[in-house]
Design a protein around this ligand. Structure first.
Ligand SMILES: [Zn+2]
Length: 585
């Protein structure tokens, strides 16, 4: 039965429960002014920046941004669903909740799967069978076998079928769940002489099974439940029901290919782990992961299929905002074998050495090429620039250097390949780069400055308009040209390019030529002008925002609640301004 609660009883619960009390039981809190303060349980920190407000009944962390009410805290801290968090709080405080029980049409499927899981489990643990010695040979301890609910499907043709009939289960349900198949009016068990891995979702429901053949001649080696009303491979990850707490705590997850990888790593003490159910990672699985962490380490087999799966995984996870790294085990075929042979520490070493997105893609693109041959070099470079162009500006800078070193070509050649013949980043990238490195003092002329110069040379009317935003022109060259333009314009009400050029050195003339040739306005000065201003404003606001965040952390260290509130308000104001600016308001 799926449970939901009435809003009024949720409000009642929140009124009766004190957030300071609930959080204080698991996070040591100290009174700080009108609030309480402690070390954030959701990110690693030494100086406390986690604040609990008794008055507002909320928590907030200035370090990682976690925030919410008491239910949100319980949800996140204990990795529970919303209704589970409410049930936990209600039980602890003896509060009666008004329940709306929705009959979930899937309940019957969960119930039957549970019956089957128990049947397999008993066959594995209560009598002699071929599954138990097999798993023992593979080095899995009884405690871990129990934890994962490992079972055994015997060699009979219909023992599960008969058992489920004895429990009054409708044949139709068994067929839909793929537990049995029917031919010529007779029903057979689908899983026979196999070790059974029940697949359990994060709500603790048995949704399907994986079966490992014991007899080496049996095909396929792994047999999975078919898709059913409760089992969609693309929505679930094996092991996450057990590992999710640890994933939250470690703030990263290791994704492996198989059931045995999950179990072997878990047994070795690496608990933040799950498997993608034999298929390539899907978007839904990626979203499921981001509920617990944004940091993913893909640990697939080193063979061709494993590499292809890793590449697909990267491209699925990156758009979800995940930081992804890839490791391939070097010794032994898969993580299961590796960890058994070399132990936990060695595997963690591999995790620490896992290659980040860009590096992995470049490494992979290189395979098959002989970089001592010019032809191969050129082909690889083309691939490499394509990969680099998909990265963030900071990553681009780094990987351009890597590749240049690797194939012994100049960085500027790669840049030309990337950004066209000038080798300069387009305006947009330039602005993004500045966003990420707001501190760098830029005496070199920026794309925004270049564009504004070009606009003023194209249409004198913009000289007045730029006057309003003079601060944009920071580089010595842009300032010099602007001053010349203004004095000319004031004298003659128009621009004589030649008399400006007379006052420039040979090199400055060349630079001006480059700018005027390079910047294209597409006949739409006004739009380009407005874009420039918007980007510049956003950059300024971004700097202010960063500054405020620094001040906030200072105020926080000093425990100055008043200042924190003041700064938080200002910060929100800036963030709204940035949003409006980006919308052109
Ligand atoms: Zn935090």
């Amino acid at each position: 039965m799926a449970v939901s609660f009435s809003n009024s009883s949720i409000d009642n619960l929140k009124n009766q429960v004190n957030i300071v009390d609930v959080i204080g039981r698991v996070v040591p809190l100290k009174r700080a002014g009108s609030n309480y303060k402690g070390v954030c349980p959701f990110h690693n920190e030494k100086t406390p920046s986690f604040i609990v407000s008794e008055q507002k009944q909320i928590f907030t962390c200035f370090g990682c941004g976690a925030t919410g009410d008491v239910i949100e805290f319980v949800k996140r801290y204990y990795n529970l669903e919303f209704s589970e968090a409410i049930e936990k709080l209600a039980a602890e405080y003896g509060i009666r909740m008004e329940k709306h029980e929705r009959k979930d049409s899937r309940e019957i499927y969960y119930r039957v799967n549970k019956l089957a899981a128990n049947f397999f489990y008993r066959a594995f643990t209560e009598k002699a069978n071929k599954g138990y010695p097999y798993m023992k040979r593979r080095g899995i301890s009884p405690a871990i076998l129990k934890k994962f609910g490992i079972g055994y499907a015997d060699e009979q043709w219909d023992s599960l079928y008969k058992y489920l009939l004895s429990q009054n289960v409708d044949k139709k349900i068994m067929l839909e769940l793929g537990l049995i198949s029917e031919s010529n009016g007779k029903c057979y068990d689908k899983f026979r002489n196999r070790v059974i891995f029940p697949i359990i979702n994060t709500r603790g429901k048995v949704i399907g099974f994986g079966g490992r053949a014991i007899n080496p001649d049996d095909n396929p080696k792994y047999l999975n439940s078919p898709e059913s009303p409760v089992f969609q491979k693309k929505n679930n990850l094996y092991g996450l029901n057990i590992s999710r707490q640890s994933v939250g705590k470690e703030d990263y997850i290791i994704l492996v290919e198989g059931y045995m990888d999950v179990i072997a790593l878990y047994q070795s003490g690496i608990e933040n782990i799950a498997a993608s159910l034999g298929t390539a990672l899907t978007e839904n699985q990626a979203r499921l992961i981001t509920r617990y962490t944004k940091n993913v380490v893909l640990s697939y087999d080193a063979d061709g299929a494993g590499r292809a799966a890793a590449l697909r995984g990267l491209d699925i996870l990156k758009p979800q905002g995940c930081k992804v790294r890839v490791l391939h085990v070097t010794d032994g075929k898969d993580p299961d074998e590796y960890v058994k042979k070399n132990g936990k520490k060695a595997f963690i070493d591999l995790v620490n050495k896992a290659l980040p997105y860009g590096e992995y893609k470049l490494e992979n693109a290189k395979s098959g090429y002989d970089l001592s041959k010019d032809e191969d070099k050129i082909d690889y470079l083309k691939k490499a620039t394509m990969i680099i162009s998909s990265l963030s500006p900071v990553e681009q800078e780094i990987y351009i250097k890597h590749v240049a070193k690797d194939v012994h070509v100049s960085e500027s050649a790669i840049k030309m390949e990337l950004f066209g013949h000038s080798g300069e980043k387009p305006v947009e990238n330039q602005v993004r780069r500045m966003e990420q490195e707001p501190e760098t003092e830029n005496t070199e002329i920026t794309s925004i400055e270049k564009t504004l110069l070009k606009i003023m040379f194209t249409d004198e009317a913009y000289i007045d308009k730029v006057a309003e935003y003079q601060q944009i022109l920071e580089s010595p060259f842009a300032k010099k040209i602007y001053d010349l333009l203004v004095s000319q314009y004031e004298k003659n009400q128009r621009i004589f390019q030649d008399s400006i050029r007379e006052q420039l050195s040979y090199n400055e003339n060349e630079q001006l030529n480059d700018i005027l040739n390079e910047v294209l306005l597409g006949g739409n000065e006004n739009k380009v002008f407005e874009d420039c201003i918007r980007k510049w404003k956003d950059n300024e606001l971004f700097k202010k925002e960063n500054h405020l965040i620094t001040l906030l952390s200072l105020a926080d260290e000093e425990d100055n609640q008043e200042r924190i509130r003041e700064l938080t308000d200002k910060l929100m104001e800036i963030q709204i301004k940035r949003k409006n600016n980006s919308r052109g308001l």
